[in-house]
Design a protein around this ligand. Structure first.
Ligand SMILES: [Mg+2]
Ligand SMILES: [Zn+2]
Length: 271
């Protein structure tokens, strides 16, 4: 293994849409969802909506079919495969759910690239209904972070990962949403934050530049993500140390090894 943990958000980072909205839109349930959203937390409402879809006769197979055609930029899967081939430890931290994420990653053929998926539990119950539960059981105890929704604090997940890798590994974190701001504040010097340009976490980082100790590299689409992520990895791992020789070919054909200084400049606070 290399000394790098790459942590991906899922919605609008690995895939190009929000998986919850995608499923509801495709199955014609968005109007009801939007009507009920002011009345309960997002995560609890998703569970309720899966019950509604079940009542309407929509099956798990229908949901899987919708998930299997989710939009994804064509360079994202190659980027993930290359990062995995270079020996990085890849993980997902997402406020979607295990059923959506597992289904999509398996369909894309990249499930085995990830050592861990941290997200809300999603499972099919005895009646064939998809249930979506909170990552933190906030009915029992609150996670205590006021930046994050009650069901999940991604920063807590980062703290656990940091404790297990004991400062020996550098973290690269990729995300787009407001929920990715809390974990980006947990990163330390030597880590890298890759916020999606013009998305909520990017704006929050621009406005609070001093609270993020990691070096920040913005990206706009899957092509950008692939180029910047693989350049960062190549700048951290000496090529000769890559345990998988195929990784050399993957890197050689895409870009030359570039020193960090040659990368696009970290983003700055606009005045
Ligand atoms: Mg996201
Ligand atoms: Zn938090």
């Amino acid at each position: 293994m290399s000394g790098i943990v790459v942590i991906f958000d899922f919605d609008k980072t690995i895939i190009d849409v929000d998986s919850d909205n995608w499923v509801l839109d495709e199955l014609g349930a968005s109007d009801l969802f939007n009507k009920l959203l002011p009345t309960m937390p997002w995560n609890s409402l998703m569970d309720k909506m899966m019950g509604e879809l079940h009542l309407q006769g929509k099956t798990i197979h229908d949901i899987e079919q919708v998930l299997n055609r989710v939009p994804i930029h064509p360079r994202v899967v190659p980027a993930i495969k290359a990062a995995y081939a270079s020996g990085c430890d890849l993980r997902v931290v997402s406020d979607a759910n295990t059923f959506y994420i597992e289904t999509i990653l398996k369909h894309l053929g990249i499930r085995e690239c990830f050592s861990e998926i941290n997200t809300n539990p999603g499972f099919v119950d005895d009646e064939g209904k998809l249930r979506i539960l909170p990552f933190h059981d906030f009915h029992k105890s609150e996670h205590g972070c006021n930046l994050c929704p009650p069901n999940m604090c991604k920063g807590k997940v980062i703290e656990r990962i940091q404790a297990t890798v004991a400062g020996e590994k550098r973290i690269i974190y990729l995300g787009d949403g407001a929920g990715d701001f809390c974990p980006s504040r947990k990163l330390v010097e030597g880590d890298y934050m890759m916020p999606r340009k013009d998305f909520p976490v990017w704006k929050l980082i621009c406005e609070n530049r001093d609270v993020v100790k990691a070096e920040v590299y913005e990206w706009s689409d899957g092509e950008d993500m692939e180029r910047i992520l693989l350049q960062l990895i190549a700048s951290i791992i000496p090529i000769e140390k890559m345990e998988n020789k195929n990784a050399n070919q993957l890197f050689d054909c895409k870009f030359e090894r570039i020193a960090l200084g040659a990368l696009s400049k970290p983003i700055y606070v606009p005045h």
